[in-house]
Design a protein around this ligand. Structure first.
Ligand SMILES: Nc1ncnc2c1ncn2[C@@H]1O[C@H](COP(=O)(O)OP(=O)(O)OP(=O)(O)O)[C@@H](O)[C@H]1O
Length: 259
């Protein structure tokens, strides 16, 4: 179906090869403002490769990626982050010796305008900026109910809380597009339900566009507006969770063992 307005993220013909392996084969996807697209597929399907292309870690051989009309292809990871693409990592991207709040403050680094020298010359401005950044971090702490862990070193956080802190670190960047890499991997049922609740809150309060890569099919089907199913780097199906759940190819390839 033809879209009327330009999506926030537009990916066309994304192709990534490692030697003889085609990790992504001409993948197209769109994400609208505020939309949650889930990407599913068995191990090795190319889900992580999509994230690595989107955030500038991998350089695809072919294809285009634009965010709000601006090309992302060929940009370095820091430049992509500065344009508003944040990512959570499966194995957590937190600095273990820093406190939770310090980790979240680091997430805002690219938004800080006052450098060291200007900070010395314009002490008042640097101070005001710091206060504003702390206030933004506190909003995230409150939204994700992380208050009790504010001063805990990230390495000492219980696993479920550390995953939530990882989400907080990405949110502190005020992303326009949030890439969630298996946010409930390794969690028990209760932790998974908690994370689902926080993700619903994040959508309601902050409304970032999101791409969710996740093996937990219940979470995917509960949260996603649309689902893209991949197999061996090829798009197998795309549609609403209801459509995907009843697609025979998807049932055969993905849901058979996981439902
Ligand atoms: N750095 C790399 N070098 C060589 N091959 C790679 C590299 N990264 C990914 N691949 C290959 O690309 C294909 C897609 O891998 P990718 O990690 O994107 O899959 P995935 O869907 O994220 O899998 P999983 O669910 O296990 O995380 C696989 O065949 C993988 O072996």
């Amino acid at each position: 179906m033809e879209r009327v307005s330009e999506p926030l993220l537009r990916v066309r013909g994304l192709t990534l090869r490692f030697g003889g392996v085609t990790a992504l084969d001409s993948v197209d996807l769109d994400v609208d403002r505020g939309e949650l697209l889930a990407v599913i597929g068995p191990n090795g399907a190319g889900k992580t490769s999509i994230f690595n292309c989107l955030n500038g870690v991998y350089r695809p051989q072919e294809g285009t990626i634009t965010l709000d009309g601006q090309p992302l292809t060929g940009r370095a990871p820091a430049a992509v982050a500065a344009l508003g693409v944040a990512r959570t990592f499966q194995n957590l991207g937190l600095f273990t010796h820093l406190t939770l709040v310090e980790n979240l403050m680091l997430g805002r680094h690219h938004l800080m305008r006052t450098g060291f020298l200007t900070g010395m010359l314009w002490w008042g401005r640097a101070k005001r900026e710091e206060i504003a950044h702390r206030a933004a971090v506190e909003e995230v702490v409150e939204l994700l109910e992380l208050e009790p862990y504010r001063h805990t070193p990230a390495g000492l956080l219980p696993y479920g809380v550390a995953k939530r802190a990882e989400l907080g670190r990405a949110l502190a960047m005020e992303p326009r597009l949030l890439l969630l890499d298996e946010p409930v991997a390794g969690m028990n049922l209760e932790e998974t339900e908690d994370m689902a609740r926080y993700l619903v809150e994040v959508r309601r309060e902050l409304k970032p566009a999101m791409i969710l890569v996740e093996h937990d099919m219940r979470l995917v089907m509960d949260l996603a507006d649309r689902v893209l199913a991949l197999d061996f780097g090829v798009m197998v199906a795309t549609g609403t969770p209801e459509h995907i759940q009843s697609d025979p190819d998807v049932i055969a390839a993905y849901l058979g063992g996981a439902a």
